[in-house]
Design a binder for this molecule. Structure first.
Ligand SMILES: Nc1nc2c(ncn2[C@@H]2O[C@H](COP(=O)(O)OP(=O)(O)O)[C@@H](O)[C@H]2O)c(=O)[nH]1
Ligand SMILES: [Mg+2]
Length: 198
């Protein structure tokens, strides 16, 4: 739990990012994958990141402080078909630059709908993070919607797709409170690491 979590600021462009000091962990995923719900469950604050019924609306990078110099970052969802090409291109550039330049970024929590599995854009995010030495952990969400064998299969397939990259994968359900402690523990561990980038 992160009982002292508080909203810091939103950024629509690179110059609005919070100062690049301390440590932060980014959350990314396709629109509707369950990112806001996962952030709320992990922090233990139900209203923190809004759970949207209209995917693709949140086009901002939202920063939350969980401790002194420690942040969780809610990146805009991707994969939403109705976003105009120009908007999409601008966001791709901002996110790529964020992953390229952000020295306080220790790791990426990639939110993937367990019913869909890893998609091309998820792999792109994962590769942007890995390229600059960040840790990556995948949450396969909505596990409560999967049968045991479906859950086993998506876990195995996702781990297989990640190969020996060091990426870790777990099943997660905010609704069934499955895997929440595991995700929290990992985040606390990443925030405590001396990653030597700044
Ligand atoms: N069954 C189930 N539904 C979930 C879970 N997490 C999120 N959802 C639903 O998935 C939809 C999208 O969730 P949201 O957190 O807004 O996704 P985001 O667009 O990635 O931020 C909402 O209707 C949520 O209620 C879960 O663990 N189980
Ligand atoms: Mg959201």
């Amino acid at each position: 739990m992160f009982p002292n979590v508080k909203f810091l600021t939103s950024a629509a462009e690179a110059r609005q990012l919070t100062p690049d000091v301390g440590r932060e962990i980014a959350f990314a995923g396709r629109s509707n994958a369950g990112k806001s719900t996962a952030i709320n469950a992990i922090t233990g604050r139900s209203g923190l990141a809004r759970v949207s019924r209209t995917p693709g609306r949140t086009q901002l990078i939202n920063f939350f402080e969980v401790g002194a110099g420690e942040r969780l970052v809610d990146l805009p969802g991707y994969g939403y078909a109705k976003v105009p090409d120009k908007v999409r291109a601008r966001w791709t550039a901002l996110l790529e630059r964020y992953f390229e330049e952000r020295t306080s970024l220790v790791g990426l929590v990639l939110i993937v709908d367990g019913r869909r599995g890893l998609k091309e854009q998820d792999v792109i995010m994962l590769e942007w993070a890995l390229r600059r030495g960040r840790r990556v952990h995948v949450l396969l969400t909505k596990a409560d919607k999967l049968t045991r064998s479906e859950a086993d299969r998506v876990l195995r397939d996702t781990r297989g797709a990640c190969g020996d990259s060091g990426v870790t994968v777990q099943l997660f359900s905010a609704h069934a409170k499955q895997g929440v402690e595991e995700a929290r523990g990992l985040i606390a561990e990443w925030l405590a690491l001396d990653h030597g980038m700044n």
